[in-house]
Design a protein around this ligand. Structure first.
Ligand SMILES: [Fe+2]
Length: 188
């Protein structure tokens, strides 16, 4: 594993520089859950897991306000496309600067480019690990951060989407109690 530690450092440095270190635990836990769901995970999928949200570290604040005010809220399709595509491009460009071979670069790119929607078995495992880590680490913060401004309905939609997109029964079982707690926290 020559490139995973470099990718991890790039992610940590990028989020730190952007003043978004709060985003790092979710990424570390995505790697953890990925290993649980796929014990034989290869370097490419581990890099994709640690870097899948790298776009956030390069996002401009105006962009953020624009998608939050869109009708579809957090599930805006343009935002999803941008988030996945930009993330894939950024981590692929980084790996190229490190001299990674094109097969590794391409596999990481393909994985990150569909980490929200899934598709292939590996894209689905990444998406499932992302959902588990989201409910474990981010959902509570998300409520605190957005409830006042965007309201229950849009947050509930995001939670339902993040849970219902899970492919594997195992991942659904792990995420279930956290999902239920997150939904409950909205009812208070
Ligand atoms: Fe994520």
């Amino acid at each position: 594993m020559k490139y995973y530690p470099r990718a991890e450092k790039f992610v940590i440095d990028s989020f730190t520089k952007a003043g978004r270190i709060g985003g790092l635990p979710h990424l570390e836990r995505t790697v953890h859950w990925l290993r649980v769901l796929k014990p034989d995970a290869d370097e490419a999928i581990l890099i994709a897991a640690i870097a899948h949200d790298i776009e956030r570290a390069f996002r401009n604040p105006e962009y953020e306000e624009r998608f939050k005010s869109s009708k579809e809220g957090f599930l805006d399709s343009g935002h999803m496309k941008y988030h996945q595509g930009e993330g894939a491009r950024i981590i692929a460009d980084f790996l190229k600067t490190q001299g990674a071979d094109s097969a590794l670069v391409e596999r990481v790119k393909v994985l990150v480019s569909k980490h929200e929607e899934g598709g292939s078995d590996d894209q689905n495992v990444l998406k499932d690990a992302d959902s588990i880590s989201y409910f474990e680490v981010n959902a509570g913060k998300f409520v605190k951060l957005h409830l006042q401004k965007v309201g229950r309905e849009k947050i509930r939609k995001k939670f339902d989407w993040m849970f219902s997109r899970i492919t594997s029964e195992k991942a659904r079982g792990i995420a279930g109690p956290w999902y239920e707690a997150a939904v409950k926290s909205l009812e208070k």
